[in-house]
Design a protein around this ligand. Structure first.
Ligand SMILES: [Zn+2]
Ligand SMILES: [Zn+2]
Length: 246
């Protein structure tokens, strides 16, 4: 019996399990109620063969979406647990700002379900936070998810594979070019990790994938260091056509 399972009845007694989204009583700690499960949007088929962006019914599965045609992605696929909506947003905010780190188990389980191609020989690398933000928040939410995913996959976690060398302003509201400019030189591979990243297959983990500018900068850095392939894994993917086309 693990320590966690030995303690579970005690924890349940102190904190009766509740749905983290609506507060409904649950029979187990680590989940959502049925109604809230149904509000999560799980991306399905048909979808873009390069990035997994869902298509309207009738488009051939595996075709290439307009954003991928306009600028071929550097990554080798996006594995998103959910599409960003009110329900996934609430989960992410509770996880990130509400001290509900325990939600990482649930979120990592949903990401893990999309990572069929990832084996134990892969490396799991989180999107880095600048240290000023790390101090403010106390933890890197991407690193917490990456650790859970590595554990589930039996893969190696390289928590410090990437480093954010300069604090970047919020990228919201910036166009595609301005976002890329703001990130120039911001993210790199840590020198002491270059050896294991060369030739490796990498899962890059973040909680929310917004414009893709940050993950793009991470993928570029990993590939410059010689990574053979990089799959982007996230809990919630924002599909905002207006944002994607700017
Ligand atoms: Zn609920
Ligand atoms: Zn695409």
């Amino acid at each position: 019996m693990t320590l966690a399972s030995a303690l579970a009845p005690v924890i349940d007694l102190v904190f009766p399990p509740r749905c983290p989204l609506c507060g409904e009583a649950l029979s187990a700690q680590d989940g959502l109620c049925g109604a809230c499960w149904n509000q999560l949007a799980i991306p399905g088929a048909p979808a873009c063969g390069k990035c997994g962006r869902p298509f309207a019914d009738g488009v051939a599965d595996g075709a290439t979406c307009a954003p991928c045609l306009a600028s071929p992605p550097r990554h080798d696929g996006i594995a998103a647990a959910t599409l960003y909506n009110a329900a996934s947003r609430k989960l992410v905010l509770a996880f990130k700002h509400g001290n509900r780190i325990a939600l990482s188990g649930l979120m990592a389980r949903l990401i893990d379900a999309r990572l069929g191609m990832v084996g134990a020989e892969w490396l799991v690398v989180p999107v880095p936070l600048h240290r000023s933000r790390l101090w403010r928040r106390g933890f890197n939410q991407a690193a917490v998810l990456a650790a859970e995913i590595a554990k589930r996959r039996g893969a190696r976690l390289v928590v410090d594979g990437l480093v954010r060398r300069k604090a970047t302003p919020s990228l919201g509201g910036l166009g595609r070019k301005a976002r890329a400019r703001a990130l120039t030189g911001a993210i790199g591979v840590r020198d002491r990790r270059k050896g294991i990243l060369a030739g490796a297959n990498v899962v890059l983990v973040d909680d929310v994938l917004t414009s893709g500018a940050t993950s793009d900068a991470c993928v570029a850095a990993l590939k410059r260091a010689g990574a053979a392939s990089v799959v982007v894994a996230c809990f919630a993917r924002v599909l905002d056509e207006a944002l994607a086309m700017t």
